[in-house]
Design a protein around this ligand. Structure first.
Ligand code: PLP
Length: 469
């Protein structure tokens, strides 16, 4: 067997002397039908291999190829220094490695927990969850456990969510066993306070929102909302997906939130990870510490420890200690930026407003209030479909905005340029978006024509799945 041969001294000697021990002898135990006489490797030059894979890599769009202004998703450029650090051998430890030998990794996790606490204005954090939505789910389980310990779970079985919320919010709440109650937004796109007051009851476990919301508008009534919720004995949950709009300026803690999840890929420029293995840490006010997912990292006299013994923890929700190499990238991003995190936010907000201003002459931009890091535009009344515009701009090397979300805006396109783009990028984007609006409908319907995959049948793609493993 291969394993035996590998540890066999003869094998090592033969290996060093160039005898073909492994192929001739180590495979003896394999059945004949899986053995091959000859290896049929293609005879190609390395330059051809390199060109082939480079070409393949460009068939798909990525943050390395151009701007990616997906509203609500905050697709920043992923800095190469973070990738470089994450590829260093010393950080790539086996997850079962003895704690003594991974003190450096644990120190980084501990420091990141501390930074996230400061950034969010919360008291404790856990790095366990593997995506934003997973962080939401962890937060919901914390809410559940909190009321369970107070013997109120049977009564507090509802979570209120505004109609502008991201779909993962109601999904997480309902997966956590709560009934979701949706309330409408007011004419400014903000939480309708009267609707909130009328909905809050003895059954309310929590109110779950993101601020600024998915329209990019900061809800100035957040203090009043916090008061209404807390007076009722309920909890206030912050969906941290839009943290890029407030970094270094204010915190969910100051706004009165009790629980926050972070989407490290959005705010701290790590790869998204497609719902995991990304990272979506969760942070809480001190009265909720005992419910955090474990392990958390503790420090005592410069010794770092994976701590599992939280009294009423919701338990373990990821393997080992979370997505360490993603955490490391976020940590390096925070270390590298330092006080400039606030500048990044200011720049992201400025970019979004410069872009929305440039487009406002051509597209409808609903809700008059000032936008923060993102904005929503609509093709309503232009005679064009948002989907067609989104497809047209692909031919110009631009990724589509988030299309048909949020649901409260007809023909919606949600744009978030982030701080990673330049004025030149934004001007180009505006020009292409205007060009799209001026194109005839026949051209729009056929778009895109220059991408590796052209217009797909979206309905068939969603309904007629061919799953492959
Ligand atoms: C407002 C909001 N909340 C939650 C999520 C879910 O985050 P993730 O994609 O990390 O699971 C998103 C993702 O786009 C979002 O925009």
């Amino acid at each position: 067997m291969y394993k035996q041969a590998y540890y066999d001294e003869d094998f090592l000697i033969n290996y060093k002397t160039g005898n073909d021990y492994y192929l001739d002898d180590a495979c003896d135990d394999y059945p004949d039908y899986i053995k091959r006489d000859k290896l049929k490797l293609p005879d190609v030059r390395s330059v051809d291999v390199s060109r082939h894979f480079t070409r393949l890599s460009e068939m798909n769009y990525s943050v390395d190829l151009g701007m990616y202004p997906l509203g609500s998703c905050t697709m920043k450029y992923n800095p190469k220094y973070s990738d470089y650090i994450a590829s260093m051998e010393d950080f790539n430890k086996h997850p079962l490695e003895n704690e003594e030998n991974i003190q450096g990794n644990l120190e980084i996790m501990y420091n990141l927990q501390e930074y996230l606490k400061t950034i969010s204005g919360m008291d404790y954090s856990s790095l366990q969850p593997s995506a934003g939505a997973h962080g939401e789910f962890a937060g919901i389980l914390i809410i559940r456990k909190y009321f369970e310990m107070k013997n109120e779970l049977g009564k507090r079985n509802e979570i209120i969510i505004p109609d502008s919320a991201h779909g993962t919010n109601p999904a997480s709440a309902s997966m956590g066993g709560f009934t979701v109650i949706e309330i409408p937004s007011n004419s400014d796109g903000l939480v309708d306070i009267n609707a909130l007051k009328a909905t809050v009851s003895e059954h309310t476990a929590a109110f779950m929102i993101t601020n600024p919301n998915t329209l990019g508008i900061f809800d100035d009534n957040i203090k009043e909302i916090s008061e209404i919720i807390h007076k009722n004995g309920s909890l206030l949950y912050y969906d941290g997906a839009n943290l890029n709009a407030i970094l270094g300026i204010t915190t969910p803690g100051k706004m009165g939130f009790d629980i926050v999840h972070f989407n490290l890929h959005k705010t701290f420029a790590t790869p998204h990870g497609g719902g995991g293995p990304g990272s979506g840490p969760v942070a809480v006010k001190s009265f909720l510490k005992e419910f955090l997912p474990v392990p958390i990292v503790t420090e005592d006299n410069n010794k770092y420890k994976l701590f599992y013994n939280l009294k009423n923890s919701i338990g373990k929700i990821s393997s080992y200690y979370g997505s360490f190499l993603i955490l490391l990238r976020a940590y390096s991003y925070i270390m590298k930026n330092g006080n400039n995190l606030r500048k990044n936010t200011e720049r992201a907000v400025l970019n979004a407003n410069y872009m929305s201003n440039g487009l406002s002459e051509y597209y409808k931009i609903p809700y008059k209030k000032l936008k923060k890091h993102e904005f929503v535009l609509s093709t309503e009344n232009t005679g064009k479909k948002a989907l067609d515009i989104s497809k047209f701009i692909l031919d110009y090397g631009i990724h589509s905005p988030t299309t048909y979300f949020p649901l409260i805006v007809k023909e919606a396109m949600m744009v978030e340029p982030t701080e990673s783009v330049t004025k030149k990028d934004i001007d180009y984007y505006i020009n292409v978006m205007v060009k799209a609006l001026k194109a005839d409908n026949e051209t729009l319907k056929k778009s895109p024509v220059n991408t590796s995959i052209t217009r797909i049948d979206e309905l068939k793609a969603a309904r007629d799945l061919i799953l492959k493993w």
